[in-house]
Design a protein around this ligand. Sequence first.
Ligand code: SF4
Length: 221
Amino acid sequence: MSEQHPVGAIIQRDKKTYAIVPKTPVGLLTAEHLEKIAAVTRKYEIPIIKITSGQRFALVGIKKDDVNDIWRDLGMDPGQAKGTELCLHYVQACPGTETCRYGVQDSIGMGTVINDIFSGMELAAKVKIGVSGCPLCCGESFVRDIGVLGKRSGWTLIIGGSSARRPRIGDVIAEDLSKEEAIKLIKRFLEYYSIHATRKERTARFLDRLGVEQIKEAILK
Ligand code: SF4
């Protein structure tokens, strides 16, 4: 019988210790988060803290018996919905108009709303979203399952990107969208994807299989 792993923890290469990744939507942290992370790192002698590509902290090298106590002490949510891989994993966002001098759209605000709306939605596979506040695309919007990219004229929506083993540049499916229009289209795409994708089929392979025109026709009508 396979070993039961604690909820919200990822078994590591040594097959003994675990990593946990607290949720930090759009990569924003407070002093309180940092203090709690520092406190559990000392208390439970966590050997490694690694910043991930998804703008999250991975706490690595945790003993199995400590996992639940660490979650309790942190008071933060796991980076993905408890007990499932098949959901929104993260929304990353560049600083956008909040602080960046090139920003033309509020990528942090947009990413926060997207995270609030779609967290916990059951999906065919894991989904990662990248939001950029201008066409320079620091939010990696073309290589995420869903990319949202700000231009002066509005938001561009991109689907089916991946930076993984079989990389794929996402397809632009709509441009010059208002915030509300972009969110509505993301919802339509995720609903369509949930129904028509096979289990664990990432959006990049879904787009390869169906073709962007079929998906556009279904969700833009
Ligand atoms: S994508 Fe544009 S707004 Fe965002 S960090 Fe890069 S330069 Fe700044």
